[in-house]
Design a binder for this molecule. Sequence first.
Ligand SMILES: Nc1ncnc2c1ncn2[C@@H]1O[C@H](COP(=O)(O)OP(=O)(O)O)[C@@H](O)[C@H]1O
Ligand SMILES: [Mg+2]
Length: 219
Amino acid sequence: MAILLLLLKLFLLLNKLHKRITIFKKGVASEERISKILDAEIVIIEKENAKSISGFNSQIEFKNVSFAYRKGDSGHVLKNINLVIPKGKTIALVGQSGSGKTTLADMVPRFYDVDEGELLIDSVNLKDLKIKELRGLIGMVSQESILFNDTVFNNIAFGINSASEEDVIKAAKIANAHDFIVALPEGYHTNIGDRGGKLSGGQRQRLSIARAVLKNPPI
Ligand SMILES: Nc1ncnc2c1ncn2[C@@H]1O[C@H](COP(=O)(O)OP(=O)(O)O)[C@@H](O)[C@H]1O
Ligand SMILES: [Mg+2]
């Protein structure tokens, strides 16, 4: 009997030890993954004496812009793009799925940098600007909008410190979202669920548009 108890104790101990080792291994693996990310080449770099940008006045210009996701690849996603977008103009990029529309748009907030050519905002190369200030000028609504498990109001007012109820409703009206919002069980105070899961795709997009309208950025 005593031996049985001893064996049982030993077994439990070994079991515990095994669990510890597994946790330790997992820890090492995560550490490896984290350092891989930390050591990865930072592609988007701000210059040491980056210039300030406080507004947007006249135009965005793509000058002979080429870009490839896989460097050294012959398959460019963008090849010698020349395009002038004047302030206040509405531009539609039309093309097949995978032709590079999103890539082109992603160059403006510098999610990616051009490989060749220049991308200029009011004749200044984006690479010379302070990244945070540049991005602060831009409003973006993408296919996959980023919504939070919070109320409609807080999702629209996200990023604005002191948005009034009046401002939020005004933005929602411009985004054609007001009508469906007031029809929700608690109106602007309805929780929209994780990633806006309680809304339809179109409704989620309208909320993102309302957020962009409220921020009222020049680009
Ligand atoms: N992050 C990425 N890494 C590698 N290739 C990508 C990436 N994003 C897009 N691509 C490729 O770049 C091309 C253009 O994609 P994209 O700009 O998303 O096209 P569009 O928006 O016109 O549908 C496609 O061939 C796509 O597979
Ligand atoms: Mg796209």
